[in-house]
Design a protein around this ligand. Sequence first.
Ligand code: FES
Length: 105
Amino acid sequence: MEYVKVARSGQVPEGVVRRFFVGEVEIAVARFGGEVFASANHCTHLACLLSAGKVTEDGLLCSCHGSVFDFATGEPLSPPATEPITVYPVREEDGEILVGGVTPP
Ligand code: FES
């Protein structure tokens, strides 16, 4: 699997979610408990930007209607979303965040 650099570690501090692009693909990158997670940036409910949401202890919160998605699996933990968001594997090395498996739509 190909990993591409998306950010410097310092760009995603603890408790923060930010938007980055891998080519044309928009992803949300969040840090919780020191670990970095990457996912699609559009909520599976009505496509709000998850990068405009919040990092919570339960998962990534979509601020539009309150669905929370598991950081690791992307599964929706609360309604109204019923479909998981795509999650991507992440490596953090030498102060850089690398995301794998992102392919153009
Ligand atoms: S768009 Fe995310 S919960 Fe509705």
